[in-house]
Design a protein around this ligand. Structure first.
Ligand code: G3P
Ligand code: MG
Length: 239
């Protein structure tokens, strides 16, 4: 799996409402080759794009994502909180996001983001959907090891990444045990882990830096990709 150098965080980073199709369109328009987004389950088990377990920060809804059916989530406005110009932007399904990525040629980091207590269920549902409609252009990651385990069982051939804030001392052991091929970690820890990961042939991707100089330092140190809210700081040919 080849990483793009620059990955737009939560679809279009800070330039669009996070985890929306508008964000994917903006990322593509900027010349991004790669995007990252978060997949969580609705009450009725459909993977949708959203980061928080609750609706308030990014939508006009209230309460838990896991307490709303897909039909209820589809009625929400996921754009206005970002800017009035995005009013009415829907909360997308993972399937819609994958199809748009395919249409625009975007590499996708699908982050499995289970709500509490739904780790394995979310891993399984995301993997089943990926098996049915994903072109495989990207990588699947999660902070949740049970979600990764469940997803890998359904989708053994796909590339998976272990996602951590700070790599624990036994990160390589965990990565191998989970059948992951890459490590995703916080940008604060990228420089420390890059050489060790390179020595064992494991690509590292770092989240989230909005400072071009820091991003370039990480890439120069051997980090494969940096995830950013500011993909506009790079020219298309640099991404
Ligand atoms: O996958 C990288 C990054 O998105 C992880 O953090 O909280 O923004 O999903 P978060
Ligand atoms: Mg994420």
């Amino acid at each position: 799996m080849i990483y793009p150098r620059i990955v737009a965080h939560r679809c279009g980073g800070a330039l669009a409402p996070e985890n929306t199709l508008a964000g994917l369109r903006i990322a593509a328009r900027l010349g991004c080759r790669g995007v990252e987004f978060d997949a969580m389950l609705s009450a009725d088990g459909v993977p949708v794009l959203i980061h928080d377990e609750t609706l308030e920060r990014t939508t006009d809804g209230r309460g838990e994502v896991a307490g709303h059916s897909l039909a209820e989530l589809r009625r929400l406005d996921a754009g206005s909180r970002h800017a009035p110009a995005f009013r009415g932007e829907p909360l997308p399904t993972l399937e819609e996001a994958l199809r748009l990525c395919e249409d625009r040629g975007l590499w996708a980091n699908v982050e499995i983001k289970p709500s509490a207590g739904r780790e394995r269920e979310t891993g399984t549902a995301v993997a089943r959907l990926l098996a049915s409609c994903w072109n495989g252009h990207g990588v699947v990651s999660s902070f949740s090891e049970p979600a990764l385990q469940a997803a890998r069982t359904c989708l053994p051939e796909a590339p998976f990444a272990l996602l951590v804030a700070a790599p624990p001392d036994d990160w390589l052991f965990r990565l191998r045990r989970l059948g992951c091929v890459a490590l995703h970690c916080s940008a604060d820890h990228g420089l420390a882990v890059a050489a060790q990961a390179a020595a064992v042939g494991v690509p590292v991707a770092c989240y989230t830096t909005n400072d071009r100089n820091e991003g370039e330092r990480l890439l120069a140190a051997g980090v494969a990709a940096v995830c950013t809210d500011r993909p506009d700081l790079w020219r298309p040919e640099e991404m």
